[in-house]
Design a protein. Structure first.
Length: 365
């Protein structure tokens, strides 16, 4: 079977959950002796470096200037169409939402819906057309993959789609991509223990709750700092909120880096905090578990489905609840228990399983 994945997210994403999903999936499907190819003629994505050359049709241009990246979309649409016509795929798996097919072909189409954030929190995306593009992509898809049952239920609710058109397939717990030269070192840059937050800090991510909880507990502040990995540098409003919460600049640290940097941070954190109000799946908790890092998570949307009994839960609208959850992990043997439960939990999630189940979807079409 010949499977084509379009360029959309690879054109605009250097790192990111969606491109990592497709890179890991493509690598594992190729191991099943299937012919799968990502058509990204001119891309900026780092994950594609780790894939065999026969999986990727394209070149990393190494430029990250936003105006230039926006110009790449139409160019890649044009270039990839010729490549795909020669390839003659049996299945097209669209990497994101678009008004019209990026790859024009009469073969069956699959789309993966990763979350329903835009529908759940429309006020955070007022100038965004993702919902209309998603609707178009869903309508032309022959089948839809969701990454949790929670997302599947939300999709059926918002778009009135039959359950028979949707299959839930979980992600793998850890990246199956090469991490060359990874040698984790113990807290090489941080003399004080820390709690870890990962990802962007937009409204529904509920980072403010974590800041308020951290600032209110002298016991927690005395023991640990807070490291926020990823996202943009702290802006003026965030720095002001830290100050209002009684936190010094040295207590809340922002870090960016690659997957190796993140792995090192997980392995040395006292705990990983996931205060989000909503997630379609939630990769960071599984990444934390895979690196023997205790997970403290909100108890809403897909989190209980993914984390199971391997997390210390709290109400994402309760500052006091989060404080108590952090204390339970920091000041008892709960941490060791969560690490043990996490090791068992991640065994349920593998890219090999994800690939086999995805192939079953392709083969039914």
């Amino acid at each position: 079977m010949r499977i084509a994945i379009d360029h959309q997210k690879f054109t605009e994403q250097k790192y990111g959950g969606i491109t990592r999903y497709f890179a890991c999936l493509a690598l594992e499907i190729s191991k099943l002796n299937q012919d799968i190819k990502i058509f990204a003629p001119l891309h900026i994505n780092k994950y594609l470096f780790h894939l065999p050359k026969n999986i990727v049709s394209g070149t990393n241009i190494g430029l990250y200037n936003q105006p230039f990246i926006k110009m790449l979309g139409p160019v890649n649409n044009f270039l990839s169409q010729f490549q795909v016509e020669k390839y003659d795929p049996d299945i097209i798996h669209e990497s994101y939402y678009s008004e019209h097919p990026i790859i024009k072909s009469i073969c069956p189409r699959v789309i993966t819906v990763h979350d329903m954030i835009h529908e759940k929190f429309p006020n955070e995306f007022s100038n965004d057309n993702t919902i209309s593009l998603k609707k178009k992509s869903i309508e032309r898809a022959d089948h839809i993959i969701t990454i949790s049952n929670n997302t599947k239920n939300d999709l059926m609710k918002f778009y009135n789609i039959s359950s028979s058109k949707i299959t839930t397939i979980y992600h793998g717990a850890t990246s199956n991509l090469s991490t060359k030269g990874l040698k984790p070192k113990k807290n090489q840059n941080y003399t004080k223990p820390y709690l870890l937050y990962v990802g962007n800090r937009s409204g529904y991510k509920n980072f403010n709750l974590l800041i308020n909880a951290f600032g209110l507990s002298n016991q927690i502040k005395k023991k640990v700092n807070l490291i926020a990995f990823g996202g943009k540098p702290f802006d003026y409003d965030e720095l002001e909120s830290f100050n209002s919460a009684g936190l010094k600049k040295s207590q809340v640290i922002h870090i960016t880096g690659d997957d190796n940097t993140l792995k090192n941070l997980y392995q040395n954190a006292e705990a990983f905090i996931f205060p989000s109000l909503y997630e379609g799946f939630g990769m960071p908790p599984l990444e934390a578990m895979s690196n023997n890092c205790p997970v403290i998570s909100s108890n809403t949307s897909s989190m209980p489905e993914v984390i199971g009994d391997a997390g210390e839960y709290f109400n994402p609208k309760s500052v006091e609840g989060l404080i108590n959850a952090i204390k339970n992990v920091l000041f008892s043997n709960r941490s060791e228990e969560l690490v043990s439960l996490g090791q068992k939990r991640v065994e349920m999630f593998s890219w090999k399983k994800c690939a086999k189940e995805t192939m079953s979807v392709y083969e039914r079409l």
